[in-house]
Design a binder for this molecule. Structure first.
Ligand code: GAR
Length: 194
């Protein structure tokens, strides 16, 4: 089996990225993580990836100012050089332009810490607690131009506990993300190549 070449995009810690790298190393996994890319040169996840022997590059957004598409054209060129087939956003905290999404649609997926369509955007755990939800979770979905929308690939549910705080809930949801994301990426790739 030829493994799909994946780039993982991060902006921060990259714990989901690590889960993807680890899963990719099992023999039956349909993908390999070829590189990790960040819009932030100081993202801690870059050195975590390098420590695992995965190429990690920063395409700093700063010199591009408000021109998001120019930044993404630079990213797109890096992906082309590496013959990347799929992108997995893993805590990539910058909205992508319709141009970039159009280039990658169907091969660009994201993980979000809520049961979409509930709570797109930020502060998902605080919002779930304030709404009195008894369950929350995470969603892996295809990316479309609209933020945190797009066809859902899979979701994992996490119960909300009495006296939960946003931080405690975030930690439990993150654990669920680490199990969900590698499997959902594999499913998306296998579905697309069937
Ligand atoms: C994760 O909880 C991910 O779902 C979230 O950022 C965190 C990144 O953690 N993504 C979003 O909120 C995107 N809308 P990580 O860097 O440890 O993987």
């Amino acid at each position: 089996m030829k493994k799909a070449r994946v780039a993982v995009f991060i902006s921060g810690t990259g714990s989901n990225m690590l889960a993807l790298i680890e899963a990719a190393r099992t023999p039956d996994c349909p993908y390999e993580v070829v590189c990790v890319l960040s819009n932030k040169p100081d993202a801690p996840g870059l050195s975590h990836a390098r420590a695992l022997g995965v190429e990690a590059i920063a395409v700093d957004q700063t010199p591009f100012g408000k021109n998001r598409e120019a930044h993404e054209r630079a990213i797109h060129a890096e992906l082309g050089i590496r013959n990347i087939a799929w992108i997995a956003l893993a805590g990539y905290m910058r909205l992508l332009t319709p141009w970039f999404v159009g280039q990658w649609q169907g091969r660009l997926i994201n993980i979000h810490p809520s049961l979409l369509p509930k709570y797109p955007g930020l502060d998902t755990h605080r919002r779930a607690l304030e709404a009195g939800d008894t369950k929350t979770g995470c969603t892996v979905h295809h990316v479309v131009a609209e933020m945190d929308a797009g066809p859902i690939i899979d979701q994992a549910r996490v119960p909300v506990l009495e006296d939960d705080t946003p931080e405690a809930l975030a930690a439990r949801v993150l654990e669920a993300e680490h199990a969900l994301y590698p499997a959902a990426l594999a499913r998306a790739i296998l579905t697309a190549t069937r």
